[in-house]
Structures are given as structure tokens and as C-alpha cells.
Design a protein around this ligand. Sequence first.
Ligand code: ATP
Length: 273
Amino acid sequence: MSTDQIGATPALGSSTLAVPAVEVRGVSKSFRGRKRRGDARLALDGFDLTVQQGEFVCLLGPSGCGKSTLLNLLAGFSTPDAGEVRVAGEPVRGPGPDRGVLFQSPMLFPWATVMGNVLYGPRARRQLDDDVRAAATELLRTVGLADHADAYPHELSGGMRHRAAFARVLINKPKLLLMDEPFAALDAITRAAMQRFLLDLWQVQRTTIVFVTHDVEEAVLLSDRVVVMSGSPGHSRAEFPVELPRPRSYEDADTLEFVAAKRRIRSVLNTEV
Ligand SMILES: Nc1ncnc2c1ncn2[C@@H]1O[C@H](COP(=O)(O)OP(=O)(O)OP(=O)(O)O)[C@@H](O)[C@H]1O
């Protein structure tokens, strides 16, 4: 694995002394084919990744290299065949409210209002009280949906649905956000707005984020570090610390440093596609 470096300013938000937020060691995962027994497809092969607390890491790689597989392992939706997956020092044994997962399609219950969706988790865990209701109201204000608390998902725009799904995840105060191409299906303007929203949120909360994307520009804009994965079966091919100053915005995308960062990542990525 090669390590490259971009920019000159020290990265923000990571502490090497604390227990890492994520430790993936020698993880392999295969899926059994349907046609015949023993026809297993290796999705991840000896994958290693460490993410420090408060770090924003983007995973880039060719289609089918195992990015979603890795996120599912971190979320506890599946288990590795070999190796170890730890979150905050603890082995992952299943899903938990310490990890918030956001997918390309926002996961909302269609029969519940925006507020009902946000309060679903605490209610299911029997933790619904006045403090949680106040936190949900505040969260909806933060994501710009204060006036839509009583709206149903079908009454929202695409970006609003994403923000509602965000609030639904954030009410659980996750220590780790796992985001699987969350903005890929959005139009360019809404995507830029959501990226801005995520950057603003991360700037304040510094929640650890593992973010899967196909978009090199998005990876450079958002992350502290870009991990490029190899083609199938996936393993870490190269890492690029993105040390461009924060706060960042799309206006920075024309700067020499930003363009150089994209170019260096693309040159490795292109050898994998
Ligand atoms: N539930 C499953 N059953 C069988 N095969 C699977 C399953 N999930 C993933 N795979 C296979 O594992 C490999 C990795 O899939 P994965 O979805 O993790 O890739 P990805 O990098 O996220 O791809 P993309 O960028 O296209 O979303 C692929 O070959 C895929 O077909």
C-alpha cells in the first residue's frame, strides 16, 4: 500500500492517542454464488483500515470492490469470514445506536411524519422523554426542517428527505457515521447543498465518518483522508491524507492544491478501474 500526501496544513480532528474509532484487521468476506456449492465470490481480501476518532475518511474504489460490504461489516449487518472489526475498541457483534448508517436512498417510514421518524429510534428503545423531544425539535431546526416536522416523507423534496434521514440518525448521537454514497442520486445543486450541510455539521460535531463515494471531488472536498481500494477483491490500494485547510467549500475546488489532490487520487484510481 502506498501513502501519499496532499497540501500543507495539519489535519484536524484526529487524535492518535485515543482508541481508534474503527479498526479493521485482515478482514475477508466472501459471498456464496447461487449456481453451485463452493462457488464463493471474494468481496474483501485481507482488508485493513484504521480510522481515528473525529476523522473523516472517504473510501473510493471501482464498482464491486467491496466498499458497501465493508460498511455493512462496520454497521454490524454482516460478519467477516476472517479478521477483526472493532468500533471504539469493541468487536462489532451487530447493529447498534452507536453507529448511524445513511444510504443512497434515505430510509424513512412512509407512514410516519418527519418528527415521528426522528423519534422512532428513542421510542423503540423506550427512551422517549421531554429531553429527547426537545433534542428532536432542535435537530430538525439544525437540518432546516423545523417547519416540516408534521410532513410525511412523500411531501418532502429529495434533499429534505435526506436531511430528515440524517436527523433520524443523529438523534441517536452516533459516535460513528457510515455513509454509503448518500448523495449520489441527488441533482448537482441539492448534492452541493447536502455536502455543505455535512461539512458544517462535521465542523461542529466532529463525529467520525466513513463515507463511500465514486466522486473524487466529493472525497477531496469532504475528507481528512481518502482510501483508494483495489479492484475486486478489495483491499487498501493507497491512502491520501487530504491536508487542505478547513472549512472547505466548493469555491476551493478550483485551487491548485485541490486540483492537484484530485489528479493524484485519480491517477491511482484509474489503474484500478
Ligand atoms: N449479499 C450479497 N450476495 C452476493 N454477493 C454480494 C452480496 N453483496 C455484495 N456482493 C458481491 O460482493 C462484491 C462487492 O460488492 P459491494 O456492493 O461491496 O461493492 P461496492 O464497491 O460497494 O460496489 P459499487 O461501487 O458498485 O456500489 C461484488 O462482487 C458483489 O456482487
